[in-house]
Design a protein around this ligand. Structure first.
Ligand code: AMP
Length: 191
């Protein structure tokens, strides 16, 4: 099973992707985590992306796509995975299609959270790239570059929108229910 978690920054994609991956025995593939690890390790890639991440801009597609395509060849991804934070642009989505074929994703889960709530959540989680300016920029970048992916995947009837506000456990249950409701009827649902 291959899933994609989409949603604005601060919607809780990382937290929920981790929980759902554990429940379903899938690998959790987060390009943001991978980039943060490169920065922490001081690799060449880490040095290239550090300033970009702090500003809230996107890392160039070619670097991101190469890193992701390599990651999903690892053994732990053979039984399926959750993509968290990739793709974030149409170019990345097209590259993923070329890599997996157009039916490569089983479901796209969109976490819905209102914008006012997002800023508060990000300010309180205290990540290094969570300055007010960077948060505003990430929200702009999300609206401009990533939101169009919802329509891109909705055209395939694989999108399920989930209310991302409430208790963590309740949100996980909502996500599991739309995934397990699965393909074949009731697609592009809202829970
Ligand atoms: P995240 O942890 O998903 O919020 O990602 C943190 C930062 O890593 C983003 O603000 C981007 O600078 C970078 N990043 C993560 N995933 C991608 C991606 N798919 N494309 C471009 N940049 C990314």
């Amino acid at each position: 099973m291959r899933l994609l978690f989409l949603g604005p920054p601060g919607a809780g994609k990382g937290t929920q992707a981790m929980r759902v991956a554990e429940r379903l025995g899938l690998a959790h593939v987060s390009t943001g985590e991978m980039f943060r690890q490169h920065v922490a390790d001081g690799t060449d890639l880490g040095m290239k992306v550090d300033a970009i991440m702090k500003s809230g801009d996107l890392v160039p597609d070619e670097l991101t796509i190469a890193m992701l395509e390599e990651r999903i060849t690892h053994d732990d991804a053979a039984g399926g995975y959750i993509l968290d934070g990739f793709p974030r642009t149409l170019t990345q989505a097209q590259a993923l299609d070329e890599h997996l074929g157009a039916n490569g994703l089983d479901a796209v889960v969109v976490l819905d959270v209102a914008e006012e709530e997002l800023v508060g959540r990000m300010m309180s989680r205290g990540r290094k790239d969570d300055t007010e300016e960077s948060i505003r920029n990430r929200l702009r970048v999300y609206a401009a570059d990533t939101m169009p992916l919802i329509a891109f995947y909705a055209a395939r009837d694989i999108v399920a929108s989930v209310d991302g506000v409430g208790e963590l456990d309740d949100i996980t249950v909502r996500i599991l229910s739309v995934i397990e409701g699965g393909s074949g009827g009731g697609q592009n649902r809202t829970v």
